[in-house]
Design a protein around this ligand. Structure first.
Ligand SMILES: [Zn+2]
Length: 564
């Protein structure tokens, strides 16, 4: 069955609620764990039905944000998702209070109960209207940024479609494209500030109503982080400052010399080689064919997985007007099917996004038969290990995508993986500032962003662009709006992915692939640091890990630089 044939029908939330509550009442008076286990199965079947419909709406709306039908259904989901989450919270409360809990833990494992305890802290019925308001604000940001019509060189583009011009070989083109891109944010500065300010205030109110001092701890709990806290993350950012920032600055300086500019301006940063960046060779269809062949050669498991994706029409890859930005992978519960969404624009990112999202999709495909929806995906930092590692695991096949540009691609990919980490911690530290200072004005927030940026990205030169100089770069970073505190995850995962890169590049490749498979199959059945250990990876929070991981990366880049 193909994705387009998956039938959407608006779920009857009144019927759902009464059925859910009836099952909960049965659960609470069940005489033994066997009965409770059976009811857990029935509750999860109901949850899967509703989640399937919610996800069909979210995917189809993101494919075309001008589709009036799915826009209305998306409003419905914004309204009803918190109601749904509220009911799930009641189920978690019942799980934790079960007199048969020890037996349930033995059957399902600790992680379900850790997650339940964590998520229980994030909801009370009195915050429901505030959660609905938060969702509406997120949709407002999505609508605003997806509707961007950038006028450039006589044509109209969306934000994503501007990327190739911003990497053009001619500096004046890059600058003009970057100016046009930024003009969208300048024109919408007041509105973006208002949306974000409302979001911060509503999140702070939710946190206070739930008994937290501010949103920080609530943000961590929402992400199901059970085995690290803000203090550990602060220590980790310090490791990045010490071990990665100096290397990133060196790479930027070499880039400056390589592309032959006196100072590397912000619109030069995406431009890496005088004769142009690596670009994929072929249409979206040809890239999918190359990926099909690659995944068949990589392993039987990945071959079967990717064939399933293609046969099911479970990829929507090309940038289109009205399509929401970015890339993601979703899992459609009742069809046991992953879905990959991307915005191909002819840059090397197309291949990066494809292998990245395929990493997520392969993981969820590998763990899709867990009986608990909680165990299909792990927490987000662990999810990003699957995706970011897959980007490196597929290196031996990059010739099929980049032809003569392969060497340039590999260099850019690895150098970019390193320079991304300081940017990622910038986004994270900024959000800690924002939620620890909920009364800060939009101007104060921007000033804080700029100060943090100067610490982690010391070479960044905005060439007098007013909004960027005042600290407006982060408007484009949708995670800051949609998923507070979800960003450090990419850097934690990158530190893990670089370990896979190193292991996969030598004779230990087979063992490393087995570690990767084991990690994917474990899904979300364990918390982050347990998964890290299970995959034989070093813990990024332990002092010294990052410096050790950077060593082979830096050595490879140094050796490669001579050959470029
Ligand atoms: Zn990802």
């Amino acid at each position: 069955m193909k994705f387009n044939d998956y039938v959407y029908q608006r779920p009857d939330m009144v019927a759902f609620k009464s059925e859910f509550n009836r099952l909960l009442a049965d659960f609470n008076k069940a005489p033994d764990s066997a009965t409770q286990n059976q009811i857990i199965g029935q509750i999860n079947a109901l949850r899967n039905d509703v989640e399937t419909m919610f996800k069909l709406v979210q995917i189809r709306y993101s494919i075309d944000t001008s589709d009036a039908f799915y826009e209305a259904e998306n409003d419905f989901v914004d309204e009803q998702a918190p109601v749904y989450e509220g009911l799930v919270t009641e189920y978690y409360r019942a799980l934790l209070a079960s007199p048969h809990r020890a037996d349930l833990v033995e059957k399902w494992g600790e992680q379900l109960f850790n997650l339940a305890a964590c998520l229980l802290k994030t909801f009370k019925p009195e915050v429901l209207p505030l959660l609905q308001c938060e969702n509406k604000l997120a949709s407002e940001y999505r609508k605003l940024t997806s509707s961007a019509k950038i006028e450039y060189d006589g044509q109209i583009y969306n934000l994503q479609q501007m990327a190739p011009f911003m990497q053009a070989t001619e500096r004046s083109v890059r600058k003009a494209a970057a100016d046009s891109y930024m003009r969208f944010f300048e024109q919408n500065e007041v509105q973006l500030d208002r949306i974000y300010d409302d979001m911060v205030k509503v999140r702070h109110d939710i946190a206070v109503k739930l008994g937290f001092a501010n949103f920080v701890e609530l943000g961590y709990a929402r992400l199901g982080r059970t085995d690290y806290d803000a203090a550990m993350v602060a220590g980790y950012r310090q490791q990045v400052l010490d071990a990665v920032v100096p290397l990133a600055s060196q790479l930027k300086e070499r880039q400056r010399q390589r592309v032959g500019v006196e100072t590397l301006k912000y619109y030069d940063e995406a431009f890496e080689f005088v004769d142009g960046n690596a670009t994929p060779k072929g249409t979206a269809g040809q890239l999918v064919d190359a990926a099909t062949q690659m995944y068949r050669e990589l392993s039987p498991e990945t071959g079967q997985f990717f064939d399933f994706m293609v046969a099911g029409g479970l990829l929507d890859l090309e940038a289109k007007t009205g399509k929401s930005g970015g890339g993601y992978c979703e899992f459609i519960n009742n069809y046991r099917a992953p879905f990959i969404f991307a915005n191909f624009n002819g840059t090397a990112d197309d291949v990066g996004t494809l292998t990245h999202e395929a990493g997520h999709a392969f993981q969820v495909y590998s763990s899709r038969n867990y009986a608990l929806p909680e165990y299909v995906w792990p927490t987000l930092e662990a999810c990003e290990i699957h995706s970011m590692s897959m980007e490196f695991i597929t290196w031996p096949w990059m010739e099929n995508f980049f032809k003569a540009d392969t060497a340039k691609f590999k260099y850019s990919h690895l150098a970019g993986a390193l320079t991304f980490i300081p940017y990622g911690v910038t986004v994270d530290e900024f959000q800690h500032f924002v939620y620890q200072n909920p009364t800060a004005s939009p101007a104060e927030r921007k000033a804080a962003w700029r100060a943090i940026e100067r610490k982690y990205l010391p070479q960044r030169d905005y060439d007098g662009n007013d909004l960027l100089e005042r600290g407006g770069y982060w408007y484009r970073q949708s995670h800051i709006f949609f998923n507070p505190f979800y960003y450090i995850d990419y850097t934690l995962a990158q530190v893990c992915a670089l370990q896979f890169w190193h292991k996969m590049s030598d004779t230990a490749r087979d063992a490393a692939w087995q570690d990767y498979l084991n990690l994917c199959r474990a899904g979300g059945s364990k918390p982050f640091l347990t998964l890290v250990a299970l995959a034989n990876l070093e813990n990024p929070f332990i002092d010294g890990t990052i410096a050790a991981v950077m060593q082979p990366v830096s050595a490879w880049l140094n050796a490669f630089e001579g050959q470029l």
